[in-house]
Design a protein around this ligand. Sequence first.
Ligand code: 5AD
Ligand code: SF4
Length: 472
Amino acid sequence: MNLPNLKAAKIRSNKEVVYKESPLVSNDQFLGKKYFLRTYGCQMNEHDSEQIEAILEHLGMTSCEELEGADVIVLNTCAIRENAHDKVFGYLGRIKHLKKENPSVIVCIGGCMSQEENVANELKQRHPYVNIVFGTHNIHELGNMLLEAKAGKQDIEVYSEEGDVYEHVTYKRASHITAWVNIIYGCDKFCTYCIVPYTRGKERSRKLEEIVKEVEKLKEEGYQEVTLLGQNVNAYGHDLPESVAFSDLLEAVAQTNIPRIRFVTSHPWNFTDKMIDVIAHYDNIMPYIHLPLQSGSDRILKLMGRRYTKEEYITLFKKMKEQIPRVAITTDIIVGFPGETDADFKNTLDVVDTCQFDGAYTFIFSPREGTPAAKMKDETPLVEKEERLQILNQKINAYSKESNEKCVGKTLPVLILGTSEKDANKVYGYTDTMKLVNVEATKDTIGKIIPVTITAAKSFSLDGKLAEEVKI
Ligand code: 5AD
Ligand code: SF4
C-alpha cells in the first residue's frame, strides 16, 4: 500500500526525468469480461482514459454502457473543484449498492482525486469496498493491479512523486479524426488555488522527436487534427538537455503537414513572440488560443501567484489579435477568490470588456485542501460570489454570441466530426477558430475539412450549410 502525501507531492528537486516504457500486461483471466469507464475533468484525463481503455482491452475486456453490466468499474476522477469530488462520491453510492448485490465486481478509482491525501484516506476508511486506488503516476500498473485484485488483494498504490515520462504508450483513441498528444506532463507554476501541481507532479517534457514521430504516425493513419496537451504548454522543453522551446516543437509538428494542430493550455506568462510568429506563419496551426485570465485585478493576480498583471495580459492579448489573422481567444476566469472585493471584480469585468473573448469558462473559487489559497481569509458570502458569477456570465455570453454573429455569411473551413446530436440529418464539426457548427451536409463529409457557409449564430454554436469554397 502506498498512500499519497501532499508534502512529498510538492517537492521539486533536480532529479533527472527518467524516460520509461509501459508494456501492456497480457493475461486471459479477464477475457470476455465487461468494463465500465467513467471520466471526469479535463482533456488530460480524457486522454489518460484512452490509455486505461487500451490496458483493459488488452486483457480481453470490452466496454459496456451501463454500470450494472460491468465486471470491472473504473472511475477516472478530477480534483480541480469540490463539485468534481461531489460527483464522484455521489456515484460511489450507486456502486456501493451494486457491489452488495455482486461482490465480484472490481471497483477502481484513478485520476487526480486519488492523488489527494484526504480523498485516499476517505476511500480507505469509508469506502472499503473499493478494490483498487491508483494515481496519475502509475496508470500503467492498472493491468497488474487488476490481476492482484482478482486474486483477492485490495490495494491503494498512489505515488506522490515528481514523476517520469512514459513513451510508446498504447491508447485506444476515442476518435479516428482528432487525437490528443501529450507534450509536457505536470505543472511547476503552483498558482495558489490550484491542486494540479500536487496531483500531476513536476513539469516534464517528452522528447521532441518522439512527439513528432507520434504526430507523423497519426497523420499516416488518417488523423486530421492533433491537440498538443500540457497543463502549461509554453513551459515545454525547459527541462530537456538540448535547449528546445514550445515554438520549436510547434514548428516541427507543423512541418509534418498534418492538416490541423491545436494546443492547450497556454499560460499568459512566457508566451513568447516567437510562439506568436510560428502560429501566424503556419496555416495548419489553428488560429485559436485558450489563454486563462483567472482575474483582472493585479492584487488578486498576485495573491493567485499568476506572474502577470492586467496590463501585461491585455498587451499580450492585443499582440495576438494583431499578429495572428482571425485568431479566436477564449479564457478561464475565477470569481470569489479569497479577499476579492467589488473593485477587484470590476477589474475582471473591465478586462472582459476590453478583450471581448470568443468564449470563457467561469468558476467560483473552490478551496482545495493543501493549497495556499485554501488557508487565506475568505469573507465574501457565497450568494455574493454567485451574483458575481451571474454578472460575469451574462457579459461573457453576450460577447460570445457577438463573436458568433460576426461569422454569419462567411464561408469557413470546418472539420466534420460526426452526426449532429440535435438533428440526425445534420453533421457537426469545428471551424479553425474552434467554433462548433451544425451543418446541413451528408454523412460522407465526416472526417473531412469542408467549406461551410454560416447561416445563423447562437450563443454557443453556429448553423451552416455546405459550400463550394472557403470565403472568409
Ligand atoms: N477553484 C475554482 N476554479 C479553479 N480552477 C483551478 N483551480 C480552481 C479552484 N480551486 C480553474 C482555473 C483553471 C481551470 C482549469 O479551472 O480557472 O484555469
Ligand atoms: Fe494550475 Fe496554475 Fe498550473 Fe494551470 S498553471 S495547472 S492553474 S498551477
